[in-house]
Design a protein around this ligand. Structure first.
Ligand SMILES: Cc1cc2nc3c(=O)[nH]c(=O)nc-3n(C[C@H](O)[C@H](O)[C@H](O)COP(=O)(O)OP(=O)(O)OC[C@H]3O[C@@H](n4cnc5c(N)ncnc54)[C@H](O)[C@@H]3O)c2cc1C
Length: 189
């Protein structure tokens, strides 16, 4: 909690509405970079601003920013982007975890956890991981089915012919192939 005697921001100051909210709560605002902590008897006593001004404090809270590690995705043309809430950078994705580039789904790339949801904690990250796993599985099945349908529509492909031959003739099928060891050995004897 920020001490009511001195809420300190090193970034942009409050908006008009926020100024009013802070005033209504009796919270003073001091804007300026913090140079050092003032610690007395192993206890926080305040902060010293770069200007030299001392601000007495009983507690100090620092707002962190988060940076998603996405450099390994550069080969896919993917980079992290600034989070709309200004809390860091993240990998944009849709509700199912599909990664987005300029608002469009990047096929085959999924994200879960803090990389795409900076606010997520362990439970939310784990649940997102499960959801993404389900999505990936469904995606792979859809791809296999699509391939099967294409193959089904072209019954005279080499693969289809080999499959039919094997089904109909079994071991009596002809053509070039590798015979099992025991057959080759039997022929040599
Ligand atoms: C200080 C702190 C305290 C927290 N306390 C809590 C708490 O009390 N309760 C709670 O629920 N949540 C807490 N959280 C949040 C929680 O840690 C995260 O929500 C959670 O760990 C997110 O899981 P994740 O799998 O998305 O990411 P991570 O747990 O960060 O896992 C990502 C992994 O990927 C690895 N990695 C990164 N880049 C690469 C790469 N290029 N190749 C291979 N591996 C890579 C990293 O080393 C890391 O092991 C806390 C977080 C912090 C920072």
């Amino acid at each position: 909690m920020l001490d009511a005697g001195g809420a300190i921001s090193e970034q942009n100051g409050p908006t008009e509405a926020e100024w009013e909210q802070l005033a209504a709560r009796g919270i003073a605002v001091v804007i300026g970079p913090v140079a050092s902590l003032d610690v007395q008897d192993d206890t926080l006593a305040g902060v010293r601003l770069a200007s030299g001004r001392m601000i007495p404090l009983q507690a100090l809270v620092v707002a962190p920013t988060f940076t998603a590690r996405t450099t390994f995705l550069a080969g896919l043309g993917l980079t992290s982007s600034p989070h709309p809430l200004g809390v860091g950078t993240y990998l944009d994705s849709d509700d199912t975890g599909r990664v987005l580039r300029n608002g469009a789904v990047v096929p085959g790339v999924w994200a879960a956890g803090n990389a795409t949801n900076l606010m997520a904690q362990v439970a939310v990250s784990a649940a997102a991981g499960l959801g993404v796993a389900v999505g990936i599985n469904a995606d792979l099945i859809a791809e296999e089915v699509e391939s099967a349908v294409a193959s089904h529509r072209q019954p005279f492909s080499a693969a289809a012919e080999a499959r039919n031959s094997s089904t109909v003739l079994g071991d009596r099928r002809h053509g070039i192939g590798v015979q099992p060891n025991h057959i080759r050995q039997g022929q040599n004897e």
